[in-house]
Design a protein around this ligand. Structure first.
Ligand SMILES: [Mn+2]
Length: 350
């Protein structure tokens, strides 16, 4: 944690301090797991600002930071710091809170936007972070294997999602990365179709996109399975998506543009005649948050680097018919990738 704070502080000017207010960044820079806090990071000292409900927890989880009782107001804390420009998270701090803060700050202090600096160190994951994300993804793999026995005609999407979620928590997950997507039949044409009361039917494609939070980090994976015998067109789009996904993964290595990897998958899907049915980007980074930067989208010209954790998740969605998405989570290394998702991705018929 100390090194993370040092890295951030070394990226800003001598007269700048940083106020961290979003939960993901509070966790990343301090290890503190309550959203009811903020961090004030200066060139000399780092403070965790919270109230008495969290003192014990803060001392345990964030021993590197000095504890400051926010109930005492900001004045006495501000007197201790030399920096006069306070960087803040403009993508998180509400307008109301910004106004309030500005009113409370003594005249000599100024608030400056600093989201980019604050988020930048999170892009490259360290060895320890990658190990945690791999463990989180392993819970996903086990959950997928577990749920295969559970998918049967007549069982509702909601029951399947619940079983999946219960299982992941049993395995040590503290939360879900996002609302589980469990979409069958024509509903699988909705890329983000969360579980409904629709029962699974024979001949359905069923898309499961899910993830869990483990030790503060997210996992993410998607598999589409066939329920009984499916039609030729369903099989056709499955094969195209699988080919696009495998091909894109095989191309990922440091030094390439993110948009290039998107284009590899997009070309395969477009050449097969389904370009307009693949509306979203190919993937995104994953870490403390489920969606981080850089993303594997047509618009992202960032360069892929060792330490990026990326999803690769092409899809084809056809309204009133159904859809397919297949998603793996990969860790970029110096010479290529390690795929953190180990679930079968050849078509599974349950
Ligand atoms: Mn994803």
């Amino acid at each position: 944690m100390k090194q993370r704070i040092e890295k951030l502080i070394s990226s800003i000017h001598d007269d700048e301090a940083v106020l961290v207010t979003s939960y993901p960044n509070i966790f990343y820079y301090s290890g503190f797991t309550s959203p009811d806090a903020c961090l004030l990071l200066t060139h000399d000292e780092s403070y965790i600002l919270t109230d008495s409900r969290y003192f014990i927890q803060a001392r345990e989880e964030a021993p590197d930071l000095k504890l400051y009782n926010i109930s005492n107001g900001l004045d006495s804390l501000l007197k201790r710091i030399a920096e006069k420009n306070i960087g803040y998270e403009e993508e998180h701090l509400t307008v109301a809170r910004h106004r309030k803060l500005q009113k409370r700050l003594p005249r000599e202090f100024e608030l400056v936007k600093m989201q980019k600096n604050i988020n930048a160190p999170r892009r490259i994951k360290g060895k320890g972070e990658i190990e945690i994300i791999a463990a989180a993804e392993k819970i996903g793999d086990m959950a997928f294997l577990h749920i295969l026995d559970y998918i049967k005609p007549g069982v509702s999407e909601r029951e399947i999602a619940l079983e999946l979620e219960f299982y992941m928590k049993r395995q040590g997950a503290s939360a879900l990365s996002f609302d589980t997507i469990c979409a069958s039949g024509v509903r699988s044409a909705m890329p983000h179709g969360t579980a409904s009361d629709k029962p699974i039917e024979k001949g359905d494609l069923l898309t499961l996109d899910f993830g869990c939070v483990y030790k503060g980090y997210c996992s993410d994976m998607t598999r589409t399975v066939a329920v009984g015998k499916i039609g030729e067109k369903q099989k056709e789009i499955y094969d195209i998506v699988l080919k696009a996904q495998k091909e894109a993964i095989s191309k990922i290595k440091p030094g390439l543009k993110c948009s290039y990897i998107d284009s590899v998958a997009r070309k395969i899907i477009t050449d097969a005649g389904y370009g307009k049915n693949f509306g979203h980007g190919l993937g995104h980074s994953v870490g403390v948050e489920i969606h981080e930067m850089p993303s594997l989208s047509p618009k992202c010209d960032d360069i892929i680097k060792s330490g990026h954790i990326l999803t690769v998740e092409p899809g084809i969605y056809i309204e009133n018919f159904g859809g397919v998405r297949i998603e793996d989570l990969v860790a970029v290394e110096d010479n290529g990738i390690v795929n953190l998702t180990n679930s079968e991705k050849e078509l599974i018929i349950v």
